[in-house]
Write a new protein. Sequence first.
Length: 66
Amino acid sequence: MKPSLMILFATILLVGPARGEGPITVKVERSPSGYQLLRGGQPFLIKGAGGRSYLDVLKEAGGNSI
């Protein structure tokens, strides 16, 4: 697995504990049409941005990943 993907998955895993929910399982499953990212058993669409500033704006815009 590429280092950038490993960082992405680690970031997603850390989102749950930051909200006090505990660890949430994240998987990539293969399907006939390609691959699907699952978080807590549910499809997860990444809506994110890079950086450290304006995270409140990202959240207001519906972002879920950094």
